[in-house]
Design a protein around this ligand. Sequence first.
Ligand SMILES: [Ca+2]
Ligand SMILES: [Ca+2]
Ligand SMILES: [Ca+2]
Ligand SMILES: [Ca+2]
Length: 454
Amino acid sequence: MPQGTAITNMVPTVGGGAVITYTIAPSLPSGITINATTGIVSGTLTSTQTGSQTYSVTATNTGGSATATITLVFNSAPTDIALSSSSIAENNAANATIGTLSSTDPDTGDTHTYTLVSGAGSTDNAAFNISGNNLRATAALDFETKSSYSIRIRTTDAGGLTFDKVFTVSVTNVNETPTNITSSQTAIFEGNATGATVGNLSSTDPDAGDTHNYTLVSGAGSTDNASFSISGNQLKAAAVLNFKTKNSYSIRIRTTDAGGLSFEKVFSITVLESPFATGTGNLPGSQQITAASNDVTISKGYSSNLDVTGKDLVSYRWSPAIGLSATNIANPIASPSETTRYTVTVTNNLGLSTVVYVTVNVIEDYNLTPNNVITPNGDGVNDTWVIGNLNTYPDNTVQLFDKAGRMLYQVKGYQNDWAGMLNGNLLQEGAYYYVIRIGNKGFIKKGFINIIRE
Ligand SMILES: [Ca+2]
Ligand SMILES: [Ca+2]
Ligand SMILES: [Ca+2]
Ligand SMILES: [Ca+2]
């Protein structure tokens, strides 16, 4: 007789004269009644009863009474489910048992079966199964993927009454072996400083937040370990590397996690040839351009074509900027007014940078290039007398003489603007003699200029 469910009516069978009244003893439990007229026992048990109880039913008529017995077998629903353990270490075997199920039931000796049932809290039922009273994980669980599962379990007693309970199953972490090592960089420009960082090492590890330390270890591929060192997670060059001597190194690195599990990997470290910077110069006292080289000489007022070349370069940064046509290209024009050592920081397509140099020596050789003709006809060509590079020496004095040695013209700080005039009149065609002085250095450049009328 389950609690809470209407029982099947129990109808008495009688013989003899008509029964006048039925009585029952002891009293029926709450919710169950006997009809005093028909003798039918019916109702819905509303109280918790356990075990069984025998009742005497007495039917009375005019001739007397007769008594029979009925026995009610009670069954109450289970009231709780216990799980001996609700956690399991990750990477379990298929169908590993998590814990054992048991029920609390008012009925002593009642038996129970367990099932996973849908309903509130049954979200993760699919990952589990129940065998007998063992709750099992159907497949290997992964702590890092999901560490908490919600399942809904039903216990059903021998009388078919049930109780459902939601459990949380926890997956506990197990340390797992790192699976890879990477280096932020595996190339380095030659000419590095000893101890220069090649790259930052990192590990792939199934365990989130695991920490790792790195060592160079012997084994396959460890040939060149001695040329490197590791500090923290930084792979460093233990020597100055030289592209021409050796441009590829093989090293073997081990990562060890906080739990002592390790993984090893062989890396090939590439040494890159350093770029180089050059500039052109000019021969002293001449405009003739000299071949590009790393250390160049120009006359003050002249320029040098700088150029940096190297493999896979993608950006340039020249310094100092003074005297340069640009600071972010491979080949700026340099016109320094004094000797300057230019540095250029270059970056290649791997994002690696290095610095190279070119020195432009500037000599004050008064490398002037006076024109030897003026044709003052207003056609824009040779209308005035131009002294090339004179603007480099603003402290100049220019004098002009005729063939008789008479000084016709003198100016300090000549601006390349004399158009062959003297006192408002054009000088006669012909050759004139000039003298150029710079400051008080005593330097004198002399020559002839021809005035031509066309
Ligand atoms: Ca029961
Ligand atoms: Ca895992
Ligand atoms: Ca783990
Ligand atoms: Ca680990």
